[in-house]
Design a protein around this ligand. Structure first.
Ligand SMILES: [Ca+2]
Ligand SMILES: [Ca+2]
Length: 117
């Protein structure tokens, strides 16, 4: 009957590739992309990206849009993101909220010339 073969769930993460779909300039996001990004950052799998997870996510995001950033930029960025997409105001990013961020980013990639000094 059911041959339980213990399908190996062990993930070798030898390669340290953190490829965000938007890094390659994707303007079309699939549900898979979002799932992938979400699970990449939601390390404890509790359904939200928060605290250090959020910090890491924001850092990666900021690097995409800005090469030179400092702690202040990161703090501003976090505030902007949370104010913009944290609909339930819990200071965490859930999958729905992440979707909004990724969509906004994809749009940003398109427009690209929104330079505010
Ligand atoms: Ca989490
Ligand atoms: Ca939230």
């Amino acid at each position: 009957m059911a041959s339980s073969e213990m399908s190996c769930l062990s993930s070798d993460d030898t390669e340290e590739e953190k490829m965000l779909p938007l890094a390659v300039g994707a303007t079309k996001l699939t549900k898979d992309d979002i799932e992938r990004v979400f699970s990449l950052y939601d390390r404890d799998n509790n359904g939200t990206i928060e605290n250090e997870e959020l910090r890491g996510f924001l850092k990666d995001l900021l690097e995409l849009v800005k090469k030179d950033y400092d702690a202040q930029d990161l703090a501003d960025f976090e505030e902007t993101i949370l104010r913009g997409v944290d609909y339930n105001q819990d200071g965490k990013i859930n999958k729905k909220e992440l979707t909004m961020i990724l969509l906004a980013l994809a749009k940003h990639n398109l427009e690209e010339e929104h330079s505010s000094a």
